[in-house]
Design a protein around this ligand. Sequence first.
Ligand code: SAM
Length: 264
Amino acid sequence: MSAQKQDQAFGDKPEEVRDTDHYLEEYNEGFVDKWDDLIDWDSRSASEGDFFIQLLKERGCKTVLDAACGTGFHSVRLIEAGFDVVSADGSPEMLAKAFENGRKRGHVLRTAHADWRWLNRDINGRYDAVICLGNSFTHLFNERDRRKTLAEFYSALKHDGVLILDQRNYDAILDHGYSSKHTYYYCGDNISVYPEHVDQGLARFRYGFPDDSVYHLNMFPLRKDYVRRLMTEVGFQKIETFGDFKETYRESEPDFFIHLAEKQ
Ligand code: SAM
C-alpha cells in the first residue's frame, strides 16, 4: 500500500477538518479497496440477518433507494431478496466498487451518482423506501446539510414511504467513552477500529488493517434524540428507534441505533 493511496488530505491539523464535503477525500481509492475487508459481507449478513428485509417487507415496500450504497452490500442483499433497488452514493470510487461487486454476484446495479444535499436533482421517481445505512449520515458536519438531506430523502419517498437511517451510538461514546464488541457492522478480522479523538463536534475514527495501512474518517457525533428531532421537524410523522436490531435496549448498550421514519 503506497503512502499516496493512504493520503486522505487531512493536512497537518486533522482534528480541524470538520467539513461535509471532505468525505470525497476520505473515501479515496485506497480506503474504498479496503472497505469490504472492514465490513466483511458474510459476517455482516450473519449479524444483521433479515432485519432490514423484514422491516421493508412488513411495510409493503418494493422500490428502494440505497442512498449511501458504499460498496453495494445492502443493494445486493435487497436485490437478492426481490426488491427493486437504485444504488446511489456521492463517491464515484464507492459507486464503481459497488458496480463491480454487483457484477461478481451476477447483478447489474442501477447506480446514480448523487450527493444527498441535491439528491432529487440526480435521481428520478419516488420510492417506497430510502435507506441510508452503515453510519453514513454522520458525515454531515452542519445542521443545514442535515436538514437539507433529510428533506431530500423525504421528497424522494412516496406519500407512505419510509426512511431507514442508522448511526453509531455516539451518546455512549460522548458520555461514557468508546466500547465496541465489533459484532454488528465492522466485523472484519484483525482490523482495529477506534476513535482517536472525540469532542462534541468531532469523532475521528482510526481504521488499522493487517497490512499496516491506516485510514481515518472524521465524523460528526450525532446524538440519537437530536436525529429523531430533526426527522420530526422535516415532516416524518412516526419515528421508531432500534438498538442493534432490537426494539428494546438499555440506552448505553447498543453500538448502533437504527431509526425507522415513516412519512404518514
Ligand atoms: N452504506 C455503506 C455500508 O454500510 O457499507 C457505506 C457506508 S460509508 C460509512 C458512508 C457512505 O456515505 C460512503 O459511501 C460515502 O461516499 C457516502 N456519503 C457520505 N457523505 C455523502 C453525501 N453528502 N452524499 C452522498 N453520499 C455520501
